[in-house]
Design a protein around this ligand. Structure first.
Ligand SMILES: Nc1ncnc2c1ncn2[C@@H]1O[C@H](COP(=O)(O)OP(=O)(O)OP(=O)(O)O)[C@@H](O)[C@H]1O
Length: 232
């Protein structure tokens, strides 16, 4: 579904990602873990077309998308959940969802997709007319996820969605992601919260100083000495 081949990026003269290679198969839930400053959000920026590549390529469903911007990627079927949610604060929940839908290139009518999303997130249904910035942090996290899903994307790419949520809300949030995956969505979950992310993932990658340091199945990652030392 998604493949990064030797992707390198830099911030001005400073090299950041160094030949990062990853692949996410259809229907998989794969996590990308890493300590602060390791390059997780940089990987998200490269994947969402916000940062040009110095080298390597990104392929989505076999097609080279290395030079495409966020809007084209969204229209091709990628749902993005950016760090910090990035809702449109003065718009209502419904308007935020509408913008996600309009960006997606989805052919089903908006109201039909809205019904699917409201069934998945009952709290969203209750709050459709509420202004986004008046929602609680947990509710905003759900709206950001709902906005990424409303266009029925082929895959979801999420950047540290658990940031700022209480432990109880993190469990609830990850249960929802796990349910979405069980229903067939392909997911790349970029997270610092290693234990929780691994608990719902099929496989994982660990990035350290811009390079992939460890990769394996969930079981292998949980046993890995570097990961145990860093997180567990
Ligand atoms: N726009 C930028 N200009 C220069 N350096 C940047 C820029 N954005 C990020 N960096 C640097 O690149 C490195 C990786 O940043 P990145 O945001 O990818 O880390 P991260 O793994 O997501 O960490 P965290 O978990 O703390 O968010 C850091 O050293 C950061 O300071």
């Amino acid at each position: 579904m998604l493949e990064l081949k030797n992707v390198s990026t830099s911030y001005g003269p400073v090299a950041m990602l160094r030949e990062v290679s990853m692949n996410i198969g259809q229907g998989e839930l794969v996590c990308l873990l890493g300590p602060n400053g390791a390059g997780k959000s940089t990987t998200f920026k490269a994947l969402s077309g916000l940062l040009p590549l110095d080298g390597g390529e990104i392929r989505l469903m076999g097609e080279d998308v290395s030079r495409l911007g966020t809007e084209r990627l969204a229209a091709l079927g990628v749902g993005f959940v950016p760090e910090g949610r990035r809702l449109f604060p003065s718009l209502s929940v419904r308007q935020n969802l509408r913008l996600g839908y309009d960006a997606s290139g989805c052919r089903e009518p908006f109201e039909a997709r809205l019904e699917v999303i409201c069934a998945l997130f009952p709290r969203v249904r209750e709050r459709l007319n509420q202004q986004a910035n008046t929602m609680s942090g947990g509710e905003q996290a759900m709206v950001a996820l709902a906005r990424a899903l409303i266009g029925d994307p082929q895959m979801l790419i999420m950047d540290e969605p658990s940031l700022g949520l209480s432990p109880k809300l993190i469990d609830e949030y990850f249960d929802t992601v796990s349910r979405i995956h069980a229903e067939g969505k392909t997911v790349l979950l970029i997270e610092q919260n290693a234990e929780t992310a691994l608990s719902i993932s099929d496989r994982g990658y660990l990035i350290v100083r811009g390079r992939i340091a460890v990769t394996g199945t969930r079981a292998a990652m949980l046993q890995d000495d570097t990961i145990r030392h860093m997180y567990l």
